[in-house]
Each structure stands twice: as C-alpha cells, then as structure tokens.
Design a protein. Structure first.
Length: 327
C-alpha cells in the first residue's frame, strides 16, 4: 500500500486536495501534517476523519525531531508539500517567519527525505507559485522564466524552489515543482482578495482595492489546480518543473466588480455593492501582472475544465452559505 504525506493539508489548497484525493484513493495511506497556524481550518477536512486511510497529525515542519520521527514511522512514497506562510501582505510585515516556514521548513523535509535508503518510485512534489517569476508587462511565464521575486513571500518560495532543485542535482532526490497562478474557491482564509470582497459586501463595508486596481492576475479555480496536481503525480519527469494556469487574466478592479455583481444578485441587494469600492495605498513592491503559459502540462494531456464565471459564482455562493466560517 502506498503511503502519502501531505503537508499543510488544513490550508486552502491542501484541504481542497485532500477532500478529493482521500476519497478517490482509498487504497492509499494518506497522512496530513499541519501546525494549525491562523490560516488552517480543521472544519475543512472534518468529513475525512471517518476514512481509515486518512490520518492527521499536528506537526510543525520546522520541528526537525518531529519530522525525523514521522519519516521513521512511515515509509513515504510521495510527499506533497503545500505547507507555507502564504499571504504577501504578512510577508511585508514579518519576512522572517516566511523565510523560516517556507525555506527552512522545506529544507527540513528534503533533508529528512534524503535519509531514505531507496528512492524507487518515490517523489517529493513541491507546490510553488508563479510569483517567483516576478511581474511581466507582456508575455507569459513558463518553465524557462527567470526567477525575479518581488515580495518576501515570493523570495522565500523561490529560495525553497532552489533548495528542492539543489537536492535533486546534489543528492539525486526525485523531485518535481509546479508553479501555479492565483487560486480561488472554498476554504480560502478571509485575508485573501476574493473572501475580503465578499466579506465586505455581506457586511456592507468598504471594499479596499490596492492602488489603481489595474494589477492583473491569472485566476485558476482550486479544483483545476487539484486536478493538475493529481495529473502530475502520474505524468511527470523527475527533476522537471511545470507551470499551471487557466488563461483567466483579469485586473483586480474588474474582478472586484464581477464579485459585486454576482453577490448583489445572490443577496438581492437593492444598492449596487460597487459603491463600496475604495482605492487604498498600493502594496509595496506590488507586481503588475502575472500570466502563465501552461503549454508544457497541456501538451502532456492536462487542461483546466472550470468555466471562470461559473466557478466564481459557485465560490461566491459557497462563501455566502458559509458566512459563519469566514466572517
Ligand atoms: N493560494 C494561491 O493562490 C497559491 C497559488 C500558487 C501556489 N500556492 C502555494 O500553495 C501552497 C498552499 O497555499 P494555500 O493558499 O493553501 O495556503 P494557506 O495559507 O491557506 O495554507 C497553508 C497551510 O500550511 C500550514 N502551515 C503553515 N506553516 C506551517 C508549518 N510550519 N508547519 C506545518 N504546517 C504549516 C498552515 O497551518 C495552513 O494550514 C503554498 O505553498 C503556496 O505557496 C498558493
């Protein structure tokens, strides 16, 4: 029986992954470790506790002793590394915790994995971001793009990517990295743009938009990211990197206006919520545009399947129906 380690499985993307993967892989042992930072939610994976192939441990990836014990207790075939500090604004206020969790935490996992004697059919899959490539005015990021991180968050992710590749080149560890664009969907912590906007609409309070709102992001529905990860687990070459995007480029202001329109329809608001929009001081080092060229993974046979509008509507409906969780 294959044994799989998921780190950060109580976070936004990790929990969406587990809610799909545990149920569709009953023949595999799936271990979730998460240190339950403010961004974790035990509710997101509550339904999984009934499955005997799923187990959760409260473990911090910075605790080398706990990680060593875990890797001795289980012989992991696959490590899916989601755990991270993920909010750019927080990284501007406190870069050190980002360097610790994202860089040293990843290094702890790699260094412990390195102690295994046999790497046949094993894989360390590092979940990274397109933000490591910085900003692009024109064109698209792909697997050959230069690293040019702008924020302490993306710098810490870039550093972790470099360690992952260094362990591949120096110690022959079987690794892959995927760089995904901005995700949206259920269970995202309330600090992120889409939940912030819905939260403001529900409470009828100001919707803050950074700068002039013209920064562009390439949005992907979290279910599509999960399907890409599942695809790459089966279809990859060791030592390679993969860009995952969904061709949904949108300026922040256009996205916010769309959310207002959909929410107003659902909530039957009489006064349009876009009246609540207020431009606020820009985020320092704010990248202008992220855009992903996913041709490599597309050519292997993976394509996103969500319609952006339908997925956004589904997401807004989810937040409105789960007000208690995120407000
Ligand atoms: N959200 C996005 O749009 C996006 C896009 C591309 C890549 N990513 C990457 O995907 C991964 C998951 O992102 P997310 O949005 O789900 O983040 P998240 O902040 O929602 O979840 C992160 C999880 O990691 C856990 N964690 C943090 N520090 C830990 C530690 N020291 N030990 C153990 N667990 C710890 C947290 O408790 C939390 O449950 C991250 O690596 C992120 O860089 C995110």
């Amino acid at each position: 029986m294959k044994t799989i380690l998921v780190t950060g499985g109580l976070g936004f993307i990790g929990s969406n992954f587990l809610n799909d993967f545990v149920i569709s892989n009953l023949d595999k042992n799936i271990i979730n470790i998460d240190s339950q930072t403010y961004a974790a939610s035990t509710k997101s994976t509550l339904d999984l506790n009934q499955f005997s192939n799923y187990k959760y441990y409260n473990i911090d990836i910075l605790n080398k002793e706990d990680i060593n014990n875990l890797f001795s207790s289980y012989n992991f075939d696959l490590i899916l590394h989601f755990a991270a500090e993920s909010h750019v604004d927080n990284s501007i206020l406190d870069p050190l915790i980002f360097a610790k969790t994202n860089t040293i935490g990843t290094l702890n996992l790699l260094d412990t994995f390195k102690n295994y004697k046999n790497f046949d059919d094993k894989l360390f899959y590092h979940i990274s971001t397109d933000e490591v490539f910085g900003s692009t005015k024109k064109g698209y990021f792909d697997e050959l793009s230069q690293y040019k991180p702008s924020s302490p968050y993306s710098a810490s992710k870039a550093a972790s990517d470099h360690f992952v590749m260094a362990y591949y080149k120096t110690y022959n560890l079987p690794v892959i990295i995927s760089h995904c664009s901005n995700n949206f969907g259920p269970w995202q912590y309330k600090e992120k743009l889409i939940p912030v906007v819905i939260n403001s609409i529900i409470k009828n309070k100001t919707i803050p938009v950074y700068g002039n709102g013209l920064n562009i992001r390439d949005w992907i529905f979290v279910e599509d990211h999960v399907s890409a990860i599942k695809f790459l687990i089966k279809n990859h070459s060791v030592g390679e990197t993969y860009c995952i995007g969904s061709n949904n480029e949108l300026s922040n202001i256009d996205l916010v206006k769309k959310i207002c329109k959909i929410s107003d329809k659902i909530l039957k608001n009489k006064i349009p919520s876009d009246n609540l929009i207020k431009f606020v001081n820009d985020r320092p080092g704010h990248d202008l545009r992220y855009a992903i060229n996913s041709k490599k993974i597309n050519s292997l046979g993976w394509n996103p399947s969500a319609s952006f509008s339908k997925a956004l509507e589904k997401t807004i409906n989810w937040y409105i129906s789960n007000k208690k969780w995120f407000i």
